[in-house]
Each structure stands twice: as structure tokens, then as C-alpha cells.
Design a binder for this molecule. Structure first.
Ligand code: FEO
Length: 394
């Protein structure tokens, strides 16, 4: 059987008495049945070994067997005293009942909301097996002490994080998580951004609250529920989380999101991109019919400016653009400058429709000079696109 620990891969994270007992999932296509994960995802869980042993969370049902084997291997015959439940979303909580059945002496540690959700998800009898904690409570394990910090809506209401003072480890729940199996060789920001913006992005204010609490802690290591353990200089990670959760742009430049039916709107988007590049502007461009929507949403958040280019359709805007803007609103997209390109051969309606959607968002500056293409690009359109590039490059 494929046991990460027994095959030596437990060294993914083994710091003195904290051992990673999670699992990689490289077979799932869509995380939350919504987000493509071409390089998989990890469900992290950790075992703290001390006079009392504490398991930090469980994993998704798809990884149960490997997880159970990892826990047993890491315990090495020892007793499991506590199961700390930081988050009740099924990708982390699916094995709670199984652990409680396999280890009858284990007590489950969580807050009032955690316990309530456990009873919603499971039929486990928790009588005499609950340790209910609140903000500031501690759990002594021997040489290690866990401090509990409530983090509601990062990303569900029952979420809490745990700080272990001896090894200065923050068990951060979904925060600082990332798509991609543990061991994937790729830069952290791209897939951490796509994960954060699409999953936690709506909850910027609660993340800001958590970051303020974290600033008071001396943190050497962050152990999230997805992706790699973070060590060394943590400043870049904290800086990006502050940027993302405060809805500030990360990169000065333009993201061009376009939709095109026969290629004419695409031609306008590509020409604008070239005009911008010739003015020294950083540009990324995406075809909304061909790009993962979650990646397009993350890119919109990354850049300081966005151009939406789309054909008119059924008296409104081409559906993939309407869907994209709907997703941006639901993730609280704000504080950005946006310009529009529309196409319409007889009754252009795309710009009007996109404007109505953008007006529902906070602090969006809509640039004047919307370009209206009336089918294929003409010289007047090329001139208008150059003028739009001038305005965006200022
Ligand atoms: Fe990874 Fe909100 O669960």
C-alpha cells in the first residue's frame, strides 16, 4: 500500500516532534467540484508527538486509507490523546468519525461551532470526549503547548488556527494554502493566489483580522491544510496575504480578459495588448472561453487595471464575460481601473451590460473611451485602441 511515511516521504515535513501525516491527491480533476487542479492538491494533517499526542485535523474521504496508515505509522504504537479540529469542511473533516472509532480514548478539541458541525456531519457519540475551546485557550501536551486563535470565515464560521509556542508553529487551517500536491516544483504565488482569491477571497476582512492576530505571534513555521509547509523568511507570504485580503493590486499592469465568437473581438484585444507593450506596460491576456475561470478571476485581482472585451449577445454580453464578471463580484473585486471594448454589428449592447455589472462592484473606476467595434477592425478602431492604450499607460 502507498504509505507516504513508510516510504520515506514523511520527510516532506518532520520537524522534531511535528510530523506531516497528510496525503496528496493527484487524481481529482476539480477541487470542490469547481476548480481545475492540474498538479493535484494535498490534504495536510499533522501529528504532534509529546507526553500527549495531538492530531491536527484529518483529510478528505478520497485519502482516508493512506491517512489512517500514516497516523498509525507516526504514532508507532503510541496513544492518540487529542484530535484538534480546526476546520469542518469535508476536505479536512471527513475522517473524524473514523479516528474516534479507531482510537476510543481520543478526545476531540474544537470550539462550540465545531462541535455543532460535527453533529451535523456525523452521528458520533461525543459524550465525555469533547474539549471545547475558545479564543486564547491553551492545551498542554508536555513540552508543547497549543494556543487557540479563532478565525471565523477564514473560510467557514467555525475555523480556528493553533499556535504551538515551543516550535513556533502556526497551524493555519486554509490560510496560506495552495493548490498543487506537496512536492510540486512550482513558485508558490501563482497557485496560492488562485486558491486564495477563489476560495477565501470574499472574506478579506476576516483574513485581515487573523493577520493582525498573527502579527503578535513569533512564527517560524506555517503549517497550512493545503500545499507546502512554509519556513524561512515568511515576509513574502505575509505580504501577499495582506495585499490579497485588502483587495490591493499586486502587480502594476493590465489584465485583458476577452471573449470572442469569430475572432474579431480577439483581434481588438490582441492589438490593444501590443499597443500597451509598446508603451512599456506589463500585460497578461486571457480568452475567457479557453481559460480556467478561476485563473482569470485571480489574474483580475493580481493587476491594477483590467480591460474587458466582448461581443454583444442576445441584447446583453457574450455569456462567458457575464459569468466572469458575476464571479468577480462574488469575490468582492474592487479598487481597480477597468476599460471596455465591445463588438456589435447592428445593436451593440455589451458595454452597457458590462457597465451595469461593474457598477455593482465597489470602488471601480471605469475609464471613458470605450471602444465599440462594429464587426471587423477598421482604422478608426485601431486609432481608438491606441488612444485607450495611452489612457491605460498613464
Ligand atoms: Fe480546505 Fe475550507 O477547506
Amino acid at each position: 500500500r502507498d504509505c507516504l511515511l513508510s516510504r520515506g516521504l514523511g520527510d516532506v515535513y518532520k520537524r522534531q516532534h511535528v510530523i506531516w501525516v497528510g496525503a496528496n491527491d493527484r487524481r481529482l480533476n476539480l477541487f470542490e467540484n469547481l476548480f481545475p487542479i492540474p498538479r493535484g492538491v494535498s490534504y495536510n494533517a499533522y501529528l504532534i508527538k509529546d507526553e500527549k499526542n495531538a492530531l491536527m485535523d484529518t483529510v478528505d474521504a478520497s485519502a482516508s486509507e493512506q491517512f489512517i496508515e500514516n497516523v498509525a505509522y507516526a504514532l508507532n504504537g503510541g496513544k492518540l490523546d487529542y484530535l484538534v479540529v480546526q476546520h469542518m469542511e469535508p476536505d479536512h473533516c471527513a475522517n473524524i468519525q473514523r479516528i474516534l472509532e479507531l482510537y476510543p480514548e481520543t478526545k476531540v478539541v474544537g470550539n462550540v461551532k465545531t462541535m455543532q458541525m460535527i453533529s451535523q456531519f456525523f452521528d458520533a457519540d461525543l459524550e465525555g470526549r469533547q474539549v471545547v475551546v475558545k479564543e486564547g485557550d491553551t492545551l498542554e501536551l508536555g513540552n508543547h503547548t497549543l494556543h487557540f486563535v479563532m478565525a471565523p470565515m477564514v473560510h467557514w464560521p467555525e475555523v480556528m488556527v493553533s499556535y504551538e509556542q515551543t516550535e513556533k508553529v502556526l497551524f493555519s487551517a486554509d490560510a496560506f494554502g495552495k493548490f498543487g500536491a506537496v512536492g510540486t516544483d512550482e513558485p508558490w504565488p501563482e497557485e496560492a493566489r488562485r486558491y486564495f482569491i477563489n476560495i477565501v477571497g470574499k472574506y478579506g476582512a476576516p483574513v485581515q483580522t487573523l493577520l493582525k492576530k498573527a502579527a503578535a505571534l513569533d512564527i517560524a513555521t506555517i503549517c497550512p491544510l493545503h500545499g507546502p509547509v512554509l519556513q524561512g523568511d515568511l515576509t513574502p507570504y505575509l505580504h501577499l496575504y495582506n495585499t490579497w485580503s485588502s483587495y490591493q493590486p499586486e502587480t502594476r499592469g493590465v489584465f485583458i480578459a476577452y471573449a470572442s465568437i469569430y475572432g474579431n473581438t480577439k483581434a481588438a484585444a490582441l492589438l490593444l495588448a501590443e499597443e500597451l507593450k509598446s508603451r512599456g506596460v506589463t500585460v497578461e491576456i486571457a480568452d475567457l472561453s479557453r481559460t480556467d475561470l478561476a485563473q482569470a478571476v485571480a489574474k483580475a485581482f493580481q493587476y491594477s487595471q483590467m480591460v474587458c472585451a466582448a461581443p454583444s449577445y442576445d441584447g446583453g454580453v457574450f455569456p462567458v464575460m457575464a459569468d466572469f464578471l458575476h464571479h468577480l463580484k462574488s469575490k468582492s473585486y474592487q479598487n481597480r481601473t477597468v476599460a471596455l471594448i465591445e463588438n456589435g454589428s447592428w445593436a451593440p449592447s455589451a458595454a452597457r451590460t458590462m457597465t451595469a455589472q461593474l457598477e455593482e462592484m465597489k470602488a471601480i473606476t471605469l475609464l471613458s473611451g470605450t471602444v465599440t467595434v462594429r464587426a471587423a477592425l477598421k482604422d478608426a478602431d485601431r486609432t481608438a485602441l491606441a488612444a485607450l492604450a495611452d489612457a491605460l499607460a498613464q
